[in-house]
Design a protein around this ligand. Sequence first.
Ligand SMILES: Nc1ncnc2c1ncn2[C@@H]1O[C@H](COP(=O)(O)OP(=O)(O)OP(=O)(O)O)[C@@H](O)[C@H]1O
Ligand SMILES: [Mg+2]
Length: 364
Amino acid sequence: MIIETLRLRNFRNYENLSVSFDPKLNVITGRNAQGKTNLLESIVYLSLTRSHRILNEKKLIRDDMPFAEIRCTFSDKEERKELAAIIHPQGKTLIVNRYPVRKSSDFIGLLNVVIFSPDDLYLFNDMPRERRKVMNQEITKISPKYLLSLNRYQNFLKERNSLLKNNRVDETYLDILDEQMIQEQLMIIAMRRNFVQKINHQITGLYRELSEDDIEVKIQYKCCIDDAECTKENLQDLYQNCRTRDLENHVSTAGIHREDIIFRINDKELTQTASQGQKRMVMLAFKMALLSYIRSETGKSPVLLMDDVLSELDLSRQKKLLEMVTDSCQCLITATEIPEHMKRVPYKEFYINQGRLEMPGGIE
Ligand SMILES: Nc1ncnc2c1ncn2[C@@H]1O[C@H](COP(=O)(O)OP(=O)(O)OP(=O)(O)O)[C@@H](O)[C@H]1O
Ligand SMILES: [Mg+2]
């Protein structure tokens, strides 16, 4: 996938921006707080229909402006597409090839990006819900059906929890809800298992290639049915076993909404043993494994966004990382300064100053 052009209007600190990118390597430079991350954030928004940094979307609209607009054209193997998102105080409008779409599942997955950001490291110590969010987000990129199933499950879950709040619960209705939730979970668990398996297939090799550190990296999927086969019967058993507890606690205690993924190195929990440097490399290896997962499942290479990541790595790792990614996909990298070793490879530079683009040698 190649992003050809990006246009921003009243997005964050950009009043008006229009850029065309190089199909391979793009470097966005500028001093602190000039808008480098904002630019990448706008692209993430078109990929996920939300920001990777904040929940309150109003903050994305330039101060004192009525709405923000993000537009991009990109090409994938078969065709060229135009995406637009208009963010206003009441919500958002998503547009594909000039036609508004009603459901975000018709929009997510069209433009696939993977972002590397220094904030990624919080994920290891975050609540399970954040790790589930990442897993859901990545699987959605390869299958909009997964998102639909997840949304249906969430609606059933809300209904089940509100039913359980009653003092006298209609158990026949509970049976019906359980059956529906089991149906949705069959697909969700199968896709989560496939996701973890594909990542595990790659992550140790990528880690070792990046860091020359001989450890084993693994993601452990804490599935609601443990290692049991993902069958209707096993899920029915799970619901049967937790029924009394759920009725007592007035909440649904089992199911995919309680699952987690745990990062492990040499079979120990990463958060308990890894050094800061190892955590950083595991996160990079995870992101690279995501690239490969999306590529193998969709047949298309996602666009890689690297926000200020190089400055955290030593020289040899910077070179290694660039070598591993720049060949296979379009990259947009932000940095306050371009590292010396990069000056020998061809790239297009964008210099950002207070939300304005200043190209070296002219303004585009
Ligand atoms: N809604 C908004 N309206 C106007 N300006 C905004 C808005 N949201 C953020 N900004 C401004 O954007 C700037 C931060 O941009 P950004 O996070 O992209 O910086 P950066 O170039 O990535 O910096 P660093 O190198 O420190 O990471 C700040 O000056 C902030 O005030
Ligand atoms: Mg930044």
